[in-house]
Design a protein around this ligand. Structure first.
Ligand SMILES: NC(=O)C1=CN([C@@H]2O[C@H](COP(=O)(O)OP(=O)(O)OC[C@H]3O[C@@H](n4cnc5c(N)ncnc54)[C@H](O)[C@@H]3O)[C@@H](O)[C@H]2O)C=CC1
Ligand SMILES: CC(=O)C(C)=O
Length: 264
């Protein structure tokens, strides 16, 4: 009797050169998926090193430099995943940036730039991934980066909070439209994760609030009931579930994974 071995599922993670995206890419590889990783060209060396690390785990990988705010680049990225790894089963729209500024000092250009990555970038990745999944058949898992600020904004992170709130809405709409294709769409809402993004937020909040470096993250961390700042692996463990069959009956949800800061 001959046995046929199923080929591994294929994931794409954007903004994967560091932080939460890197943690997600490594977790999905450990789960047995082949993983394409994306980031901007400036992080190309880190991205290639990550792809090599994934390959050293016995999985296939491909490193794709692309700006998620650019529609043509996102389409080319998804086409490359399909060409290099054969298909796309799990898309994680993780790339994002944070600006710390009072609303009254934020320029329209700064607002648009942040939205072009945090909201339009997620929309472009969601739709390009969905088109590929529909074309190949068999459903899929689309996953986006929201935040606890999608439920309760942080002052001085107004446009950032609005972008994450909008990701929550987009995730619900996409879930409704693509359920007929057996594609689930969910988002993760981290709290305070000790990455380069929070180094930046801490530094900028310190300037605005007259605090020493490190004091802002300490102050916000007092809100965490589980008593410690999050690490990327906390978020990656939840994304692993969203990417797995175990979450097949869940769609349109944006779920807090924040150590107990915010309750919906
Ligand atoms: N760190 C935290 O506490 C939280 C983070 N998040 C979200 O999680 C996601 C990941 O955050 P972190 O790992 O902390 O941030 P990070 O700043 O450490 O990493 C973000 C990555 O995205 C990449 N990126 C930025 N713009 C891009 C673009 N246009 N195209 C492709 N890649 C781009 C960056 O180069 C970087 O490698 C973001 O969407 C963030 O908003 C949400 C809640 C809390
Ligand atoms: C960066 C971010 O989303 C928070 C809530 O800290």
């Amino acid at each position: 009797m001959s046995t046929t071995q199923e080929s591994p599922r294929v994931a794409l993670v954007t903004g994967a050169a560091q932080g939460i995206g890197k943690g997600i890419a490594l977790r999905l590889a450990a789960d047995g998926l082949d993983v394409a990783v994306n980031d901007i060209g400036a992080n190309g060396d880190q991205l290639k090193a990550l792809a090599e690390e994934i390959e050293s785990m016995g999985r296939r990988s491909t490193a794709i430099e692309a700006d998620v705010a650019d529609p043509a680049a996102v389409q080319t990225m998804v086409d490359r995943v399909a060409a290099d790894l054969g298909r796309l089963d799990v898309a994680v729209a993780n790339a994002g940036i944070a600006d710390v500024k009072p609303l009254l000092e934020t320029t329209p250009e700064e607002f648009d730039h942040l939205m072009s990555i945090n909201l339009r970038g997620v929309y472009l990745c969601y739709t390009a991934a969905a088109k590929q999944m529909i074309k190949q058949g068999g459903g899929g898992k689309i996953i986006g980066a929201a935040s606890i600020v999608a439920y309760r904004p942080f002052a001085l992170l107004g446009p950032y909070s609005a972008s994450k709130w909008a990701v929550r809405g987009l995730t619900q709409a996409a879930a409704m439209e693509w359920a007929q294709h057996n594609i689930t769409v969910n988002a993760y809402c981290p709290g305070i994760v000790g990455t380069a993004m929070w180094d930046h937020i801490d530094e900028e909040l310190a300037k605005h609030e007259g605090l020493r470096k490190g004091a802002a993250i300490e102050k916000h961390s007092e809100l965490i009931h589980l008593g410690r700042v999050s690490v990327p692996e906390d978020v990656a463990a939840f994304v692993s579930y969203l990417a797995s069959k175990d979450s097949d009956y869940m769609t349109g949800q944006s779920v807090m994974i924040d150590g107990g800061i915010q309750f919906s």
